[in-house]
Design a protein around this ligand. Structure first.
Ligand code: SF4
Ligand code: SF4
Ligand code: SF4
Length: 422
């Protein structure tokens, strides 16, 4: 019997919560809404009832389990270390099993995103029509009123003129004639591929300058975060298997997207059902390095030897911790060890640097007003630094920070940390 299969898989985590309520203080959603169903304790209680057969997966219940950023602030601050992120994702998967994915997600995940070539074709088509959206500045456009379902007035970056996959070579040799120090695979991720190819090219250049050989398999897909965090484990596994296969020739895989690196590391946790899958995904996870982890811990780059691009000389810079970097991967010292020691910029620590920016993937589509309210606290932290530049390491956070900075007419501009370097 597969009844409540996905909930049973997370039962041990459901049982962890002792209802103390500490999470109410840390949950960004609860802090805005002040209702019990927003916070880990309330969600866990309802999901426990569902496991016991006393709560149906109604539309209302779907909204409750959907309204979570998966930011893990509750998890790291919980005295019992209750893993509500796993419970919430398990509940979403259970809902998909019982109720199906729904038309839009079925189309997006199973028909489009699972097939990278088709996904790319659709995005190229969308690119041809993006001139219809009014420009805000540079390569940022905003959504007009008739698209208010996606967030009226929301600033979104343009799709890149040329996608990264259409620019990259399959192999990049190290720039010096010396024997390569190592060979790595480069994982693009959707945002770097389709919106910010310059980040991908910059990281490849950074690595090859340091004598690393970089291969870029074209058969790589999305990391799967929006898909399996929505509870579609079936498509999640399909995509995971494509990525495992695409990178089978390398032992190390580097990415500039914090959400991608944490997602790729966690296939085993969420998607493995059989022993074979456990082994396969665990081995794959061990290959993954976020760019900052790789630069600081593997390459041991001395920040004193890094040259800051001229346009950033004399600027004050602050750092935003992506949830998927700081809480999912415990990477917080690495960016600071670089930024504090760079010649040419002044680094200022942001108050509450690890506060979620409010994006949470599709959370920001369904709850855009809430996203803006949560982002407001982030903006207060940015303002307090007096910084000219905010750097981070997740293109998803960049998209949301840029939107909110512009909506609030703030002067700061947002970059990926690798963009700082010559
Ligand atoms: S999730 Fe953790 S912090 Fe929240 S009520 Fe349960 S035990 Fe307490
Ligand atoms: S993961 Fe974040 S948004 Fe979700 S319940 Fe925990 S603190 Fe709240
Ligand atoms: S994390 Fe987001 S941007 Fe990165 S590959 Fe996954 S879906 Fe794409």
């Amino acid at each position: 019997m597969n009844e409540k299969k996905e909930l049973k898989k997370v039962e041990q985590y459901i049982e962890q919560c002792m209802k103390c309520g500490f999470c109410t203080y840390f949950c960004p959603v609860y802090q805005e809404e002040k209702v019990e169903t927003s916070v880990a304790r309330g969600k866990n209680y309802l999901i426990k009832l569902a496991l016991q057969g006393q709560q149906e997966f109604t539309e209302e219940m779907g909204k409750i389990v959907g309204k979570c950023l998966l930011c893990k602030r509750c998890v790291v601050n919980c005295p019992a270390k209750a893993q509500i992120d796993r419970v919430v994702v398990g509940a979403r998967a259970q809902m998909v099993n019982e109720k199906g994915l729904g038309f839009i997600k079925n189309l997006a995940f199973r028909k489009i995103m699972s097939d990278r070539k088709r996904f790319t074709r659709y995005l190229k088509l969308a690119k041809a029509f993006q001139w219809l959206l009014p420009k805000t500045e540079g390569n940022i456009r905003h959504l007009p009123d008739f698209l208010k379902a996606l967030g009226a007035g929301r600033n979104i970056p343009e799709l890149a003129k040329t996608f990264l996959r259409d620019m990259v070579k399959p192999v990049y040799e190290p720039q010096s004639k010396d024997k390569p120090v190592m060979k790595v695979g480069f994982f693009m991720g959707c945002a770097t591929d389709f919106i910010y190819p310059e980040i991908g090219l910059k990281l490849i250049d950074f690595l090859t300058k340091r004598n690393v050989e970089v291969v870029v398999p074209k058969d790589q897909n999305c990391c799967g975060a929006p898909i399996y965090f929505s509870g579609d484990f079936l498509t999640g596994r399909l995509i995971a298997d494509m990525n495992v296969e695409a990178f089978k020739e390398v032992d190390t895989i580097v990415t500039a997207c914090a959400t991608c690196s944490s997602t790729l590391k966690e296939y085993e946790k969420y998607l493995a059902e059989t022993e074979e899958q456990k082994q396969k995904y665990a081995n794959f996870g061990k290959k993954i390095k976020d760019s900052l982890e790789f630069i600081v811990k593997t390459l041991k780059v001395d920040p004193k030897n890094l040259k800051v691009r001229k346009e950033f000389h004399g600027k004050t810079v602050t750092w935003h911790d992506p949830c998927h970097l700081v809480r999912y991967q415990d990477i917080k010292d690495e960016p600071r060890s670089i930024l504090k020691n760079l010649d040419g910029i002044k680094y200022v620590e942001m108050p509450n640097a690890d506060l979620c920016c409010g994006m949470g993937g599709s959370f920001s589509i369904y709850h855009y007003d809430l996203t803006k309210r949560i982002a407001k606290k982030k903006l207060d932290g940015i303002k307090a630094t007096g910084a000219d530049i905010v750097v981070t390491a997740c293109p998803g956070c960049m998209i949301n920070l840029i939107d909110n900075v512009l909506q609030n007419r703030m002067p700061q501009r947002v970059y990926h940390i690798v963009e700082l370097f010559e």
